[in-house]
Design a protein around this ligand. Structure first.
Ligand SMILES: [Zn+2]
Length: 120
């Protein structure tokens, strides 16, 4: 596996951790999910809401917990698209395979020198 793809796969975020962070500190879950500006805006907003309408603040806090979980899902979906874009497509079977692959794991198609050597 290429190092770049390996790094991308290890960047996957946990939805439960994002939700848990938003429980402890509203906005921290967004920071964890790669949205630091949203995370910074959310905390003073929720604290301000406590003084205006505590019930409203509680409602927003619950929404943030759920959205923190969903934010991790959105982040992972975007990450999966990046991983997908880095894969190469087999010309024979059109399956996506690792960029360094010399042989297609689906159909056995050989890339590069091996392919030109076998074709007569
Ligand atoms: Zn193939």
């Amino acid at each position: 596996m290429s190092e770049e793809l390996d790094k991308l796969k290890h960047k996957e975020k946990s939805g439960l951790l994002a939700a848990g962070l938003n429980i402890l500190l509203p906005g921290a879950g967004y920071m964890y999910c790669g949205r630091p500006i949203l995370g910074i805006i959310v905390l003073p907003f929720v604290i301000g809401m406590i003084f205006v309408t505590p019930a409203g603040a509680l409602g927003i806090w619950i929404v943030l917990i759920i959205d923190g979980f969903l934010a991790a899902g959105r982040y992972n979906k975007c990450l999966a698209q990046k991983i997908d874009a880095a894969m190469k497509v087999c010309p024979q079977c059109a399956e996506k395979i690792m960029p360094e692959a010399k042989v297609c794991r689906y159909c056995g198609h050989k890339f590069g020198e091996a392919a030109s050597a076998t074709s007569t």
